[in-house]
Design a protein around this ligand. Sequence first.
Ligand code: PEP
Ligand code: MN
Length: 336
Amino acid sequence: MIIQLEKDLKEQYKQGIINKVISEGFTITEVKTQMAAYLICISKNNIDIRKIGSLPGVMDVHIISDSYQLVSAKWKLRPSSISVGDVQIGNTDFTIMAGPCAIENESQVWSIAKHLVDNGVQIMRGGVFKPRSSPYAFQGLGKEGLVMFYKICKQHGLKIISEVMEVDQIDQMCDLVDIFQVGARNSQNFNLLHALGKTDKPVLIKRGTSGTIDELLQSAEYVFSSGNEKLILCERGIRTFENASRNTFDINAIPILKKKSHLPVIADPSHGIGIREHVTAIALAAIVAGADGLIYEVHKNPEEALSDGQQTLSFNESATLLKKIGQLSHVFKLPI
Ligand code: PEP
Ligand code: MN
């Protein structure tokens, strides 16, 4: 059960609500975000919510029986919309984020930034802290690379999304990114999720390689319940017995996540299939399935990319994808 408290509620009223809820057999977690205050009340018992709704200081009360609460769609009238400066993600908007897997050097970033601006993309992706399976693979340029990435994006009017791998990196990155990305490998790094709940930057959480849909939602619940409501979910493919593709893009996850949660759902077709020539098909399928946006990898010379070149689109392929998205938006009346 979620109890939404009135703004600036006096302590005595809050305590009255807490005492009543405890007397009904619930355990309580108090949640204060940048936007509102809530009591999350858990119990196996049922309760007549009128007993709570009539207490002074209660703005709203909702029974939610799922393992996640605040990210559930059940207590919101409409889907959430996340503001990234003048760009909106979710609800009636469709948002594209694109860029290289990893930030490599100035000329690489410059060429991709120009490609994005020329094609109307407003958010550039690029990792400077790279989670690589092998310790001998390129690990990213680190903070120095992020500063360079930031300067070039500023010059092009682009927003930045970049992966944060450790709690210690949050402070170094906070002024340089517009959205923190939590990678698949850190999808259940609860310390990291908790710490990101203390920032005021939006957080995109990728589904773990073997994570269930409910586990992704519970990961988002960690960030929300730690104070940050600006959340974006990302389906990026899961590991299955199938080895014809890098991952199995779970198209089912898109409508299911959108039904279960009020948060925006973004699709990552690049990691989802891991094969360049099929990225466009999966991207378009994800849009038809109801995704609120895409995050994909693009590079001037994918063959020379220092990571994930095999799934990275060339500029031509990226421009074609964007054109097809425009056409699709007319057919399906998408908000693009
Ligand atoms: C990435 O976005 O480059 C990345 C490493 O993604 P994931 O965490 O989904 O593997
Ligand atoms: Mn990648």
